[in-house]
Write a protein that binds this ligand. Structure first.
Ligand SMILES: [Zn+2]
Ligand SMILES: [Zn+2]
Length: 240
């Protein structure tokens, strides 16, 4: 059998984010396939962070809840975990992925998110994603959260279900506070009608999105899911 040039002299593995060669043989995890300079730009959220919303805590506190979570009453979203802080480089990656058609970033982002999910040991029953309005979907051509959720579901071996739909194209970007955004989002989502509707009772749903800002979107999605019978709602986001 004739061997191809690439089999005899395989090209050096390249960074999954910027394509520069990385030194091979360090390990097989996703972080081993990201070059040193990209890694420097990805600020992992490591302890101490708020056990409810994942906000990094400056110093170790007696109570491991951030000030926002301590102030706000329990809401339908049980917990959020984010992989990274939303600094310049993650922001740029999301911009390239979402608005510049750099779809090949999706598997890498999904793998980084799946790794966090597995490390958390969450016992979810089903993976879903924050839906976008049909108008927005036509504009953008794809739902960035759905694509990430699909990759994550495959990696963690959970079923992916489009449980929610967006019925109002609210984009309350100008509203800063969580409370204002929550009010603006009220009624923006509903459970998808049959045949997409699934039984939610006694199930824990893991909902995926790219960015967690004030958490209002996730809280509103969680409210709809819990009204639909979900036992637990956890959110997994790339950056916050
Ligand atoms: Zn790189
Ligand atoms: Zn918090």
């Amino acid at each position: 059998m004739k061997k191809g040039w690439d089999q005899l002299f395989p090209p050096p593995p390249s960074c999954r984010l910027c394509s520069t060669p990385v030194s091979p043989g360090l390990g097989s995890g996703i972080w081993d396939r990201i070059c040193f300079s990209c890694r420097k730009g990805l600020p992992l959220i490591a302890p101490p962070y708020c056990r409810r919303c994942s906000r990094p805590l400056g110093e170790r506190k007696e109570e491991d809840l951030c000030s926002g979570c301590r102030r706000s009453p329990p809401d339908p979203l049980d917990m959020n975990r984010s992989v990274l802080r939303y600094t310049a480089f993650p922001k740029e990656l999301i911009r390239l992925y979402k608005y510049r058609g750099r779809e090949r970033l999706a598997p890498t982002i999904a793998e980084l998110m799946a790794e966090v999910l597995l490390r958390q040991g969450w016992r979810g029953d089903v993976i879903t994603f924050v839906p976008i309005h049909p108008d927005r979907l036509r504009e953008r051509g794809f739902n960035q959260a759905e694509r990430l959720a699909k990759g994550i579901a495959r990696l963690v071996r959970l079923p992916l279900r489009p449980v929610l739909e967006r019925i109002r194209p609210t984009s309350p970007q100008s509203l800063r506070s969580r409370r204002e955004r929550l009010v603006a989002l009220r009624g923006a989502f509903r459970l998808a009608p049959p045949p997409r509707r699934i039984r939610l009772s006694n199930r824990t749903v893991i909902i995926v999105d790219d960015v967690y800002t004030t958490g209002a979107t996730m809280v509103e999605c969680a409210r709809v899911l819990k009204e639909g019978g979900a036992k637990g709602v956890l959110s997994l986001t790339f950056a916050r």
